[in-house]
Structure formats: structure tokens, C-alpha cells
Design a protein. Structure first.
Length: 573
């Protein structure tokens, strides 16, 4: 079906594997879905090699992380550490409740957030930038992995576990979050981009509100999608969330909450100024120990590199891991015993006093964000993507520096969703998955060549062999007549080879004309697997899949999506 498969299996139920199954080979088991295919992530060029080591050779990278997610003991330790750490649980639950009230969250999500007021409750957290219209498929895969993992941990360890989605919106890179790609009715990629609000690219995303153009963009999205029985159902929550005047992260949070809140997912808008006083002491410590965080992360990055994995983040050693937010998001750099913020200069005491008095004016950078997150939430496990797994591997010393317990890391499920025709095409023609990533016709030509009648291929091979045998004799004989003619004979052979290749190419084109059905099947499957030449999960918006498969998609993936570490899953929906 695909190259180097590990095994075909029927989907494993959410209740069949334990929290300690990471890296274990998938097992055949009956399920409600069709056949699935597991691919070892070490075979896939688009997935970082660290993911393979983490799943199959954890001992090699163990010093960089808090524990092996394949070990039950590591989960017990994570639960113990998290419960023992002092947090302001009730205040955090109140902040969540206020956000949920504003967004009209489903009752299941509100009940889950309320349980976080107890010091006995723990969390499985994941997160992503507030990308328009729900972001790519991996956003859904992250959230579903967190829900699945929380349920599994609750069952295995008899503890109350809440899944949390951290909506990040304090970066200012508008272009990273402004677009959504879908396939239209002809399986052509269509990218829809939201018009930039005033200040986009300069202000952090949480300060940006959707303008009057959003309705036209939503209509363009609806027009681009193939019209199905589910189109109105899929577009309605987007239209309700993405409205003129609504903040970009709030729109994202509303949409995600309506989709997964009924399954107990708690969505948190991390830029909420109400939460900043709960982490003001972290901001102050970062200022008072300026330079320590980037130095620790840089040293861990060097260790990561020594173990064969390039670091994700190269820290700026002259900066601290905070931004100053006062009309703009500005880096804070160390200079002459004090700090430079844009054109302003401040001493350490003044800046620390400001962090205590007005913590909403500060924002953690990538090195401090996880520390802030796990101070606010009782996180026993975080669900990262492949790049996050790398930079989080640089933070163990930073967690220790701030005295915050580092959670286990459980990488999100990675998957490709195919419809039945595409799955049948792969199975029938045994096309290697990676052959379809190149956006040319080389794989199609090989496939068509394989379909040529054996007699034609045999005749072409005989002709090629005969030409080479005959011309070799001619080339060897030339020096007896005139040594200068040997070059001419070789040139003649080259022309004959060229003509033979041209004839072979014409045969391929004739095969293409003869079998347009095969060509359409190839193009259709390639578009699903690698739209625009990139992996599906990183490119196609969640809305494409909801429009195609309807309300049952989430329920089915919650039941059938495997979360075993170290495998990429090709799933037939």
C-alpha cells in the first residue's frame, strides 16, 4: 500500500492501550473503522529525526526531558510532582470561567474548567497559535491527542485529568496565522487569506480585531469548498466565531470550543491580562537573573546537537526571555548593567517593579512560555508537535531554575486522512507514499511505465541492448580506420540513445492519453497527501475535513485515532 509499512491494523479503541504504550509496535485489533497503515516516523523526511529517537531510543535523549512517557512510573512521578507544587487553582478556575462565559462555552467545557479549582485535579495541555478558521489539520490532531491522553491517564492512574488547549496570540507575525488552505471540488489547493487589520505585523495578534472584510473572506471560503451535505453545518460555527470586531484569538477560541468543548476540552486565551498577576513572580525572576534562561537553553541546545539533533532555538544571550508590551511588542535586551527596550533604557530595579505592578505589560518568549503555562496549569503532560519537542528539550534546566515541575512530553498524533478512492489507489498500485510529495509527474510516469504491456517494454529493452552492442563494435573498430572517428561514433550512439528515450517518452504520453482515469486518480490522491507539496496535516485546514466528513469526523477520530508514539498513520475516513 505504502512504502516500508510496519503493519496494517484495525483501529485500536481509546480504552485499549495504557499511558505507558509509547513506542510500542501497533497491535492488530478489531475496531469500527477500516484498515489503517502505520509508518515508522524515522522513514519520513518531513518529520524530525528527534521524534524517532524520542519514541524508540528514549535513553539517548533522556537527560533533556522530565521522563519517559512509555513508563508508568514516569506518569506517577509527574502526577505527584504536579500536585505537590503550589498554584492558585481557584483563581485560575475563575479566569477560565470568565473566558468561557464571554464565549458561551458548552456546559461540558465549563464543568471541566471548574474541576481545575481543586488541587487534586491535573491537566494534559496542548496549544497552538490562533490561526484563522481553525488552522491546519494538526491543530485538531493536537487537541484530540490531549483529550485521548487525558482520558487514558484518568483511567490508568485513577486521577481527575482535564484536557486544556492554550491559545497563543502574543506573537506579532500576522502572516503565520492569516491564511487557510483547502481543496476545491477539482482537488486544486485554494488558499484564503484574511485581510490584515490595522497594526498587523507590528502589534501582537491578540490586539488585532477582524474588520468588515471577514464576511467576504468567509464567503470565498465557502465557495472554494466542495459543496457537500455538511457545508452549511461546517461553515455555521465559523461564521458565528469570525465576526467583524471580534479579536482574532477569541474567534479561534470560540470555534475550537464549540467543536471540542462538548468533549471536555478547556480552551484558554493565554493573552488574558487577568492571568498575568499569577505569574508576575516569574517575570520578576527573569529580570533579576537576566541572562540565565538563554544560557541554560543554549547549553541544552549544544547537548541536543551532540546527540545528533540540531537545536530548534538559538537563544540571544544579550536578551532576556520577555517582551515588553505597551502599544508594541518589544524585545528586552541587556546593556551596561541595565536594559534597553526599543529606544528606552531601564535599570533592573525599575523594570522588576513594573513587572510586579503591571505584569500585563510583559509577555514570555518561546523559552519562558512553557514555564508560564505550567505555573498556571497543573500540567502532567504536554502534547507538542515535532518542532516543539525540540525546543522543549532545551528547557529542563530552565524549569529547574524557576522551580516549576517540568511535565512529560507526549508528541501529538501525526496522520494523513484519505477518502476511500485514494486509499484504493495506493493499495492497488503499491505507490510509495513519499513518491507523491514531488510536485511533478515523475511518479506518475513510473506508474504509467509499469502499466505498459510487457511486450512493448521487452521490445524497447531489446532495441536498447542491440543498439549498444552494435555501436560498441563500431566504436572499437573505428581506430583501425581513423582514430578521430571514435568520437563521432560515440556521438552517434548518444543521438540514437536520445531518439530511443524520446520514443519511450512518446509511449508514456500515449499511455497517459489512453488512461486518463489513472492520471486523475493519481492527481486526486497526490492532492490529498501532499497539497502544494507539503504534508497534508500541515497544509489543509480543519474546515476542509469537517466539510467533507461532517459531524461524525470528531467522534470517529476520538474513537479510532491511534496515539502510539513513533508512527504516522494513514487513515481511511
Amino acid at each position: 500500500m505504502v512504502s516500508k509499512p510496519l503493519r496494517e491494523y484495525r483501529a485500536v479503541s481509546a480504552d485499549r492501550t495504557s499511558t505507558a504504550s509509547a513506542g510500542a509496535a501497533p497491535q492488530n485489533a478489531p475496531g469500527a473503522g477500516g484498515l489503517r497503515m502505520a509508518l515508522d516516523v524515522r522513514q519520513l523526511a518531513w518529520i524530525r529525526t528527534l521524534a524517532g529517537d524520542y519514541a524508540f531510543n528514549f535513553a539517548h535523549v533522556a537527560p533533556l526531558y522530565a521522563g519517559d512517557p512509555a513508563a508508568d512510573a514516569a506518569w506517577r512521578d509527574a502526577i505527584r510532582r504536579t500536585r505537590a507544587y503550589s498554584r492558585r487553582h481557584a483563581e485560575m478556575a475563575g479566569i477560565l470561567a470568565a473566558q468561557q462565559e464571554r464565549r458561551h462555552a458548552p456546559p461540558e467545557a465549563r464543568a471541566a474548567a471548574a474541576r481545575l479549582a481543586s488541587s487534586d485535579t491535573v491537566a494534559v495541555v496542548t496549544g497552538q497559535q490562533a490561526t484563522v478558521f481553525g488552522g491546519p489539520l494538526f491543530t485538531l490532531l493536537k487537541a484530540l491527542t490531549a483529550i485521548r491522553l487525558a482520558r487514558r491517564c484518568a483511567r490508568d492512574h485513577q486521577v481527575d485529568v482535564v484536557p486544556v488547549f492554550w491559545v497563543h496570540a502574543e506573537d506579532h507575525d500576522w502572516e503565520e496565522v492569516a491564511s487557510c488552505t483547502v481543496l476545491d471540488g477539482a482537488f486544486h489547493p485554494r488558499t484564503l487569506t484574511v485581510e490584515a487589520p490595522p497594526g498587523a505585523g507590528e502589534k501582537p495578534v491578540f490586539e488585532l480585531a477582524l474588520n468588515s472584510s471577514i464576511d467576504a473572506t468567509l464567503q470565498s471560503l465557502s465557495d472554494a469548498l466542495p459543496q457537500t451535505d455538511f457545508t452549511a453545518w461546517a461553515m455555521e460555527p465559523l461564521r458565528a466565531a469570525y465576526r467583524r470586531g471580534t479579536g482574532v484569538p477569541e474567534a479561534f477560541a470560540r470555534w475550537l470550543e464549540q467543536l471540542l468543548g462538548p468533549h471536555g476540552l478547556v480552551v484558554f486565551e493565554s493573552a488574558d491580562p487577568a492571568a498575568k498577576p499569577l505569574v508576575a513572580d516569574i517575570f520578576v525572576r527573569e529580570i533579576e537573573t537576566a541572562g540565565r534562561t538563554p544560557a541554560l537553553a543554549a547549553a541544552a541546545g549544544e547537548e541536543l546537537a551532540r546527540r545528533g539533533h540540531p537545536p530548534q532555538v538559538i537563544p540571544q544571550l544579550d536578551s532576556i526571555s520577555l517582551f515588553h508590551m505597551d502599544g508594541a511588542r518589544l524585545a528586552i535586551r541587556r546593556h551596561a548593567g541595565g536594559f534597553v527596550i526599543g529606544d528606552a533604557v531601564s535599570d533592573a530595579d525599575t523594570l522588576a517593579q513594573e513587572a510586579r505592578r503591571a505584569p500585563e505589560r510583559f509577555s514570555p518568549n518561546v523559552l519562558l512560555r512553557a514555564i508560564v503555562q505550567d505555573r498556571l496549569f497543573p500540567t502532567i503532560a504536554y502534547v507538542p508537535g515535532p518542532s516543539e519537542l525540540a525546543y522543549l528539550g532545551q528547557l529542563r534546566g530552565v524549569y529547574e531554575h524557576f522551580g516549576v515541575p517540568m511535565p512529560l512530553l507526549y508528541p501529538r498524533a501525526t496522520a494523513t486522512l484519505l477518502d476511500s478512492p485514494a486509499a484504493r489507489f495506493l493499495h492497488r498500485y503499491h505507490v510509495p507514499l513519499e513518491d507523491l510529495q514531488r510536485q511533478d509527474e515523475s511518479a506518475l510516469n513510473r506508474l504509467l511505465e509499469a502499466q505498459l504491456p510487457a511486450s512493448v517494454e521487452h521490445a524497447m529493452k531489446e532495441a536498447d541492448d542491440a543498439i549498444h552492442r552494435s555501436m560498441e563494435h563500431v566504436i572499437q573498430a573505428m581506430p583501425e580506420l581513423d582514430p578521430t572517428l571514435a568520437g563521432a561514433a560515440k556521438t552517434t550512439l548518444g543521438k540514437m540513445e536520445h531518439d530511443l528515450r524520446a520514443l519511450h517518452s512518446k509511449m508514456i504520453h500515449a499511455a497517459k492519453r489512453r488512461d486518463e482515469t489513472l492520471r486523475r486518480q493519481f492527481t486526486r490522491t497526490q492532492a490529498q497527501l501532499f497539497p502544494l507539496g507539503h504534508p497534508q496535516e500541515r497544509t489543509l485546514g480543519v474546515i476542509f475535513f469537517l466539510n467533507r466528513y461532517g459531524p461524525a469526523l470528531v467522534d470517529r477520530l476520538l474513537e479510532e485515532l491511534p496515539i502510539d508514539l513513533g508512527y504516522h498513520w494513514v487513515l481511511t475516513i
